[in-house]
Design a protein around this ligand. Sequence first.
Ligand code: AHR
Length: 502
Amino acid sequence: MAKLVINEAKKQGKIEPEVYGQFSEHLGRGIYEGLFVTEDSGIANVNGMRTDVVEALKELEVPVLRWPGGCFADEYHWKDGIGPKETRKRMVNTNWGGVVEDNSFGTHEFMELCRQLGCKTYVNGNLGSGTVQEMAEWIEYMTFDGISPMADLRKKNGHDAPWKVDYFGVGNENWGCGGNMNPEHYANEYRRYQTFVKNLDPDQEPIQKVCCGANVADYYWTRDVLKTCFSHVEKKAHGHMDHLSLHYYVHPKGWEIKGSATDFDEETWYQTLYKALYIEELIERHGTIMDHFDPEKKIGMAIDEWGTWYTCEPGTDPGFLYQQNTVRDALVAGITMNIFNKHCDRVKMACIAQTVNVLQAMLLTEGEKMIKTPTYHVFHMYRHHQGANLLGSELTGVEDIGMGEWLVPKVTESVSEKDGIITMTLNNLSASEQEEVDVHFIGDRDHKVLEARIVTHEDMHTYNTFDEPDKVTEQAFNGYTLQGSRMKLVLPVCSVVEIRVK
Ligand code: AHR
């Protein structure tokens, strides 16, 4: 039996709400159809935003939304996406299926979507193929409240008041689709471009600048970018950036083969979870390099693309990255977000890729139908960690399980506290055995369970379909007993559990 000891007195730092962020790119049916529909689609919408999708996302309390990409960001020219729709330029989306992008979803539409969701805005700029002037003008267009060419243009396009840009990414994956740069070259470009990402509204919180970080385990990138961005005058890299990104996708069978989203064996189940757990090593090793340049941890690690990436669904456009989402994805989400919580001292933002119809999505749509994925339900339970304090918690007596070389701990957890309520999230990674966990709250105070929920299915392949949308949902969890400060849990196979106590 595993033992979980929780120390309520040991508050380890705030879990930033933005760690539960989302990412939506001009890719496949992510924005068009997924979030944004035309007037003649017959699908209920407010200003083009799908009502069903917005309502579902609001329940997740989405803290931040990243847009317009991804690789798309470094070939996006924002002026093509403003003004009357009929005169907006049409372009080829070279990264994603070579389809025609009609630019009907642009800056105004993104800001409207964020308004409806009530979330922060994370706009990713174009460093790869755009100019410094173009980037500076976009900032002016979005945020300036006075008289200027770009503020006047915004007003002419129907929006008098400036918007709030909370985060601005200066390029995306500039080691690859964003320009194939080496780290020194990118870092010097970053230093130049970010200079013109100015805070034009003195009454607003400054825009937080996100520097393009590494792909997976490219520790040289992290080191060389931070070294080049380091100011020897100020003795810190912080003056140039507020966040450094990291991208990590789980491809069960590797980048070339990837593997099916729904048709996998037990070994692949463990292989996938093993690869999901690897993100902890990435956070720790990139974090160690960041500590060297930024010992006070003023630069946040922004894991602004993460999640599973499988072979896309048979019969769909390979450039659209549409995939199903099973109980396995629920586990990947649960264990990943427990890791983010545990590293809240450095991980300040994370955006799962991507919100609707792309990769590890929250929601899938087909015409006017919409379903929630198992990942959605995990995000819904974990929302209680947003803005909470990480509590000291230690899990002992956990055996390693798995197949072949893919050994994983049977259980993972994280625990936080907000407004006197403790939220515990636990995962049983075993495909075949339940697990008992003996929970002890240090201090021996009596506790009361407020809520206990679970996302699970004994068959790890299970997923929701448009005909059967509720095969994997959030359910009440009854597998616990509580006496004073001792709790006993029985976690079913393949499960993500949330328990809230007072
Ligand atoms: O999320 C899909 C793509 O993955 C993004 O466009 C890119 O940044 C990454 O390689």
